[in-house]
Design a protein around this ligand. Structure first.
Ligand SMILES: Cc1cc2nc3c(=O)[nH]c(=O)nc-3n(C[C@H](O)[C@H](O)[C@H](O)COP(=O)(O)OP(=O)(O)OC[C@H]3O[C@@H](n4cnc5c(N)ncnc54)[C@H](O)[C@@H]3O)c2cc1C
Length: 459
């Protein structure tokens, strides 16, 4: 609980209207994109770094938990107050401070929404690589803290590959500036990247310097439909083996195809069991050649239908199917749990088979979406969080899935992070020495464990 005198002190920093304690307000911040609910004691909405620093000084002194938050869209339960305390949304710090075309970078506040940044960069002929499907709402602070990615990561990398520098407020309120605008930087420990994927446990990000990329001159998307999942996986391996680096290669299985059939005019041919969306971008001559080669590989691997979109309008139509997925789950289930198992791409077919086997074993309704070229699988479990017996089967499914993923040389997460959802699996991936070192880093930066406590590195 936050005492009256501490609440008064925080109110004196942010004002009455930016310190929320009304139960209706608190319930808004009790959820994120995962299925668990934790009501915070209060919500504080800072508008600048100095306010963040002053609040942290108080929180550290009083040992009050603080959970930094962006748009709350994470799918792993990592922006809720698991152990009570304050939720601190950074959404009011939403200014794009600089777009530096000459140096191909930009400086933004953490609350800038990904899609807003993309829109602002476009007139400069630039883009920001990470394109999570949540880009219309998720923030750059959240993207960095979870090392978020999207379909384009296959060619351009995740948030980590686009991070140049940060301003961070440490748990004790100290303001620290790390990194630089330069694309090369060999000076000292790589501190900015320590905060990437840290899920708000090491400091609060108040400014981000990101690398930007020139907008590709042209794009071409191929939509290939297969009669078996195995043919689609084999096609992915062959394309990756061909030396072509697509800018995206996403896969949907039959359950998802059936769900989105007819949605927004999307139509798949009869007998479609798997669907690959493959995008190449770059110089028009180069992509024409790459598209031809990819089409040939798809045909050779038994594609039953291939559509090549050449104009931006045609591109939009083929991506509609992929983007419509998020919207369809709410029609068919109460809760959707999106797993994030990631394997080396050559093991894609092997992990798919395991998912199908486990899906039958645990009698769950699961559709599979994959950023296939990255070996990043999102089995979407359509369930009901209120049904304890079913949730037990979901848990058992996840445990076996991640055990098998790690046996195949993979990772617990490709882009969604660990959060509450996968905390119990952490010892499966990290050896004791690595876990100890992570805990030592956390202890050094946040000795009172006030930043997002109960996270994946807490025992
Ligand atoms: C429909 C849907 C589709 C999605 N698709 C993708 C996808 O394609 N790829 C992908 O990677 N993810 C995806 N996600 C997950 C999620 O959107 C991303 O992880 C996103 O990066 C979270 O951003 P956010 O602003 O919502 O952050 P939040 O969820 O609010 O926070 C995420 C984490 O970051 C920390 N944090 C937030 N801001 C700060 C800060 N300023 N300083 C320190 N810590 C901070 C929080 O404490 C928390 O641990 C999807 C989610 C949904 C709902």
């Amino acid at each position: 609980m936050i005492s009256t005198s501490v609440a008064k002190e925080i109110r004196s920093i942010v004002g009455e209207e930016r310190f929320l304690t009304d139960p209706a307000d608190l319930s808004t911040y009790a959820f994120d994109g995962y299925c668990m609910e934790f009501t915070p004691d209060a919500v504080v909405l800072p508008e600048n770094t100095s306010e963040v620093s002053s609040i942290l000084q108080i929180a550290n002194r009083e040992k009050i938990n603080i959970v930094p938050r962006g748009a709350g869209t994470n799918l792993s339960g990592t922006s809720v107050a698991r152990r009570g305390g304050l939720i601190m949304p950074l959404t009011r710090m939403d200014q794009i401070l600089e777009i530096d075309r000459a140096n191909r970078c930009a400086i933004v506040q953490p609350g800038v929404v990904n899609a807003e940044l993309q829109k602002a960069l476009e007139p400069f002929g630039l883009m920001y690589g990470p394109d999570p499907s949540s880009w219309y709402v998720s923030t750059i602070g959240g993207n960095i803290s979870l090392n978020a990615a999207g379909p384009r990561a296959l060619k351009y990398g995740s948030a980590r590959e686009h991070l140049l520098g940060l301003e961070v407020v440490r748990a004790n309120g100290e303001i620290m500036r790390i990194g630089s605008k330069t694309s090369k930087n060999a000076a000292g420990y790589d501190l900015p990247h320590l905060f990437c994927g840290a899920e708000g446990t090491l400091g609060i990000i108040t400014e981000v310097t990101i690398r930007t990329i020139p907008l590709p001159e042209a794009k071409c998307t191929l939509q290939a439909v297969f009669a078996t999942l195995d043919d689609a996986c084999m096609t992915v391996s062959k394309i990756m083996d061909s030396g072509i680096v697509p800018s995206a290669m996403d896969l949907l299985d039959q359950i998802l195809i059936d769900l989105i059939q007819g949605y927004g005019g999307v139509q798949f041919p009869q007998g479609a069991s798997a669907f690959l969306l493959i995008e190449v971008d770059g110089h028009p001559f180069a992509i024409e050649d790459e598209a031809k080669k990819i089409k040939k590989i798809c045909s050779a691997n038994n594609a039953i239908d291939i559509l090549v979109a050449q104009t931006p309008e045609e591109n939009e139509v083929v991506w509609r199917a992929r983007r419509s997925i998020g919207g369809v789950f709410s029609k068919v289930c109460k809760t959707m749990i999106n797993e994030d198992a990631t394997v080396p791409v050559a093991n894609l077919s092997a992990i798919m088979k395991i998912v199908l086997k486990l899906r039958d074993k645990y009698k769950l309704k699961i559709g599979i979406m994959a950023h296939a070229g990255d070996g990043n699988l999102h089995p979407a479990i359509m369930t009901d969080a209120q049904n304890q017996e079913e949730m037990q089967r979901v848990d058992n499914f996840a445990k076996e899935l991640y055990e098998e993923t790690l046996k195949l040389g993979g990772s617990l997460s490709g882009e969604h992070g660990i959060g509450l959802a996968k905390k119990k699996f952490v010892p499966l991936q990290f050896c004791d020495a690595a876990l100890k070192m992570m805990r030592e880093i956390k202890g050094l930066l946040d000795p009172n464990n006030i930043l997002n406590p109960g996270s994946y590195i807490d025992e």
